[in-house]
Design a protein around this ligand. Structure first.
Ligand SMILES: NC(=O)C1=CN([C@@H]2O[C@H](COP(=O)(O)OP(=O)(O)OC[C@H]3O[C@@H](n4cnc5c(N)ncnc54)[C@H](OP(=O)(O)O)[C@@H]3O)[C@@H](O)[C@H]2O)C=CC1
Ligand SMILES: O=C(O)CCC(=O)C(=O)O
Ligand SMILES: [Mg+2]
Length: 417
């Protein structure tokens, strides 16, 4: 029994089979975290749009029972001032298998560490899946936005995000610096007395499980390539390790063979017979390539920090983080969330674009096998954007647009379903 979470009186749990497939009842209970900042604006709109899509697709035969679980500021009001991520929230997300969350605040510098990162680590949601898709009519800063069609697999459990950091001049930072200098022969810390220290763990196992998902996605979705994005020329044993282990996995488990002596390699998609190329790109060069030659990239496998940067950069190319969805996945548990954050200056103003969270819910419905409802959301998003009744972020860049509120856009989507 939970302390503050109220389990709906109707509905059942989604369960997972031993092969990780899901059993989804017709009336599943889906936990949601409202989120900080604009979470209060976008999350209720997302639920309303999803309920409408499910009703439209199944005429009452299926229905979601939403169950609120708490994290972030709302949690501190319910559980006590220091409780940002209650144990029972983690337990519910695990127990109910599929969930969705709004954004959560992370202060820069001191204060609490990222709840988003903590949640991903606690539930071992090691894949951050962020598809980048262009909707016709969305204002974009590039000339041919439809050429940007990528799916990012961002490693979600390792890298500098592990949070192993020590504040400059603290006893722990000074101790590590002393250890590095005296026992590891390190001579290149430029200002040892005032350096903060961060540690970046990247493992073979972590890389391989991420790459396995990315390659399998390319096979299942008939994609032409997987690009490993890294900064391995500089960080040889972390980002370079990631590159080598990712290539190794493609060869070892998918039978990829070297092209012209490597390191690029390729194999035939067992489902379509078409070739899938495994290639790599150094992160800085990649960020200019995605602007200049986006059509050459499809599935992207990358580390946590690179993936964070690349997600927002690619989102901008197709219209901004107002419509950039995402999913955090383990082998069994899935928690869907937008790519953007809490946009605090807009909090509570019924102003921002709810599209990212709605499209995250669309991914959730597809993950549950509720394809018809997911399709209803995509089609309605397409029609709504064409109607030019859009939130401020699109309206300010579109000719002849009518600006609507966050909830107003939700209604536009329901009207176009
Ligand atoms: N997964 C999560 O929960 C995440 C949480 N965060 C956290 O969010 C907080 C704020 O981060 P910040 O760096 O400001 O980044 P945000 O993503 O919150 O906002 C940056 C800008 O992106 C635009 N934007 C964001 N969301 C929307 C939306 N729904 N519709 C339209 N435009 C949008 C706005 O642009 P404009 O000003 O041009 O209108 C906004 O000012 C931080 O505490 C951060 O740690 C950040 C990312 C992810
Ligand atoms: O946890 C945070 O505050 C930021 C996370 C983030 O930027 C992301 O997941 O893209
Ligand atoms: Mg980010």
């Amino acid at each position: 029994m939970y302390q503050h979470i109220k389990v709906p009186s109707e509905g059942q749990k989604i369960t997972v089979n031993s092969d990780y497939s899901l059993n989804v009842p017709d009336q599943p209970i889906i936990p949601f975290i409202e989120g900080d900042g604009i979470g209060q604006d976008i999350t209720p709109v997302m639920m309303k749009v999803v309920d409408a899509a499910v009703a439209k697709a199944y005429g009452g035969a299926k229905k979601i029972h939403w169950m609120e679980v708490y994290a972030g500021e709302k949690s501190t009001k319910i559980y006590g001032p220091d409780v940002w991520l209650p144990e029972e929230t983690l337990a519910a997300l695990r127990e109910y298998v599929v969930s969705i969350k709004g954004p959560l605040t992370t202060p820069v510098g001191g204060g609490i560490r990222s709840l988003n990162v903590a949640l991903r680590q606690e539930l071992d949601l090691y894949v951050c899946l962020r598809p980048i898709q262009y909707f016709e009519g969305v204002p974009s800063p590039v000339k041919e936005p439809h050429k940007t069609n990528m799916v990012i697999f961002r490693e979600n459990s390792e890298d500098i995000y592990a949070g192993i950091e020590f504040e400059a001049e603290s006893p722990k930072a000074l101790k590590i610096i002393k250890f590095l200098q005296e026992e590891m022969g390190v001579t290149k810390i430029r200002f040892p007395d005032t350096s903060g220290i961060g540690i970046k763990p990247v493992s073979r196992e972590g890389t391989e499980r991420l790459m396995r998902k990315a390659v399998q996605y390319a096979i299942d979705n008939d994609k032409p390539s997987v690009t490993i994005v890294h900064k391995g020329n500089i960080m040889k044993f972390t980002e370079g390790g990631f590159r080598d282990w990712a290539y190794g996995l493609a060869q070892k488990e998918f039978g990829a063979e070297l092209i012209d002596g490597g390191p690029w390699c390729a194999f035939k998609n067992p489902k379509t017979g078409k070739e899938i190329t495994i290639k790599d790109s150094i992160a800085d060069a990649f960020l200019q390539q995605i602007l200049l030659r986006p059509a050459e990239y499809s599935v992207i496998a990358t580390l946590n920090l690179n993936g964070d940067y690349i997600s927002d950069a690619l989102a901008a190319q197709v219209g901004g983080i107002g419509i950039a969805p995402g999913a955090n996945l383990s082998d069994s548990v899935a928690c869907f969330e937008a790519t953007h954050g809490t946009a605090p200056k807009y909090a509570g103003k019924d102003y921002v674009n709810p599209g990212s969270e709605i499209l995250s819910a669309e991914m959730m419905l597809r993950h549950m096998g509720w394809t018809e409802a997911a399709d209803a959301i995509i089609h309605s998003m397409e029609r709504s954007i064409k109607s030019k009744k859009v939130t401020y972020d699109f309206a300010r860049l579109m000719d002849g647009a009518t600006q609507v509120s966050c909830s107003g856009f939700g209604q536009v989507m329901i009207d176009h379903m």
